[in-house]
Design a protein around this ligand. Sequence first.
Ligand code: MIC
Ligand code: SF4
Length: 641
Amino acid sequence: MGKSLTHKIIEEHLVSGQVEPGKEIAIRVDQTLTQDATGTMAYLQFEAMGIPRVRTKLSVSYADHNMLQTGFENADDHRFLQSIAAKYGIYFSRPGNGICHQVHLERFSSPGDTLLGSDSHTPTSGGAGMLAIGAGGLDVAVAMAGGSFYLNMPKIVGVHLRGRLQPWAAAKDIILELLRRLTVRGGVGKIFEYFGEGVASLSVPERGTITNMGAELGATTSVFPSDERTREYFHVQKRDEQWRPLAADAGANYDEVIEIDLDKLGPMVARPQSPDNVVPIGEVEGTKLAQVCIGSCTNSSFHDLSVTAAILKGRKVHPELSMTVTPGSRQVFTMIARTGALADLIDAGARILESACGPCIGMGQAPPTGGASLRTFNRNFPDRSGTPNDRVYLASPEVAAVSALQGCIADPRKWGTPPHVVEPAELIIDDGLILPPAPDGESVEILRGPNIKPLPIAQPLAETIRAPVLVKLGDNISTDTILPAGSKVLPLRSNIPAISEYVFHYVDAEFPKKAKEAGASIIVGASNYGQGSSREHAAIAPMYLGVRAVLAKTYARLHHTNLVNFGILPLTFAREGDYDRISVGDQLEIPDVRNAIGSGEVTVRNITQGYEFTARHNLTERQVAILLEGGLLNYVKARAG
Ligand code: MIC
Ligand code: SF4
């Protein structure tokens, strides 16, 4: 039986474990990336490990999220990141150089290598044949220190792409179609590997759109083969020598296979407030729009912006809406300036934003109250845009551009012939905003602003947990709900005491106060608890407020690991009915938990209601040991000697 590409890469990087679904494996990490909203914590953690220089082949620190400088915090954090990168052997991509995933794909992706990034959309580089996985900052810090990355071996899903995309259908529609079929939980514990004749018709940035948004399926990662299209991409990036061919064996063995017939795929739209709330465009056509935003790490390539410009050329954005365009990288920005596409966008009345995450993470451009926003982004979780009860739709740049002209969601197939965008034969390559590390880090001084507060350290698991339930939540709660981002909160990422005041802000603004008063507390979640981002702050801040355990039906991979890394016990209900029985305010007791945890089951007493139930966990032995020691940092330090 032939091997999948994923198996080949994992086997090449295997440090320990058996490559069988569900078994814990450890893999070697070739490259790491961090961004500024997760990076400050990751580097504080790296510093705490006392290692003089990173031990990866390549580590890059990006400044792309925290770009609004309405106070000193973000500027200070960027200065900190720049100095720490110089000291510890890390490349620093300065503010203005672009969104981490877009820049990484362009300048650093490397087929067949592994990449661990402190951002959930790290799988974007899977578009160039990397095994690229999102993780919490602490896991990335451990990888920078030379440690392996541990994960439960996922199932491999082969996605067979048949045919080719028809006019007006886009790469975005492929991933939206998968979200429609599988939902935001459908990819948990899985890696999606693309194959079939349809692959060759997709460029690397188009593949990047698909692997990027595989994160919304809950997938561990997604990967494309490295083929002739990949070679062309490396050639225009003037990185020919970094390309190598990679593919699955003929007749490769997949745990599951999904077929997508590209010939039959039309434009799709995700409705508010979940990326899997997907319908064919006909079902939402005519929805009046207050805003259209093009950009984010999902759709901000030269092709995406050039298609948009060609549609808008000689026309004006509808007067009742506001349109923004964000180039994903300085390279894209420069190229659209040279080809004239930028002038067409400006003429049409689009608001041009700097190369950064921007509106995708609520850093400006919150839509008006009640107004619908159509975005080419990857997430439309509640309140993420910065407007309470927001109505955010997700679609391709083609749909967004045509809709921007018409003032409502419009089917481009009824609008006219798709523009033909010619990819430039030569790109302007200028890595001037990527600073290499100092050759001798020892003399570099780390510049710390007053926003950077010391890391709180978790406590070893208690003998007995006795605590009230402070909040009870429904399915698919994202980390945006646990700890919002946006322009007010993001600048506090290096300051846990300050950011913890925003935990569950939109669910119960009193949560931080109640948690501090209670001293110890428990969160109750339902299915796919903690989906979405890699932000470990959604674990650190609750830990800081005294949250000791979470009880949920199932967890998203990244958040589950982050909870363990910061000493919060993630339990599951043995019987789902026990979820229904429990109420906010109930006092729970988990007796003798340090001993009981080894068996995989613990007894929970609901003291308020007077009954007992069983809770389980799916922690590996290593994770149990981490919890007993009070988090990964304590665990690593104890083993370092
Ligand atoms: C996101 O898209 O939610 C973010 C902001 O990029 C996060 C990282 C963070 O919260 O800093 C992610 O996707 O991991
Ligand atoms: Fe930035 Fe949005 Fe991409 Fe997250 S999803 S990395 S916030 S552009």
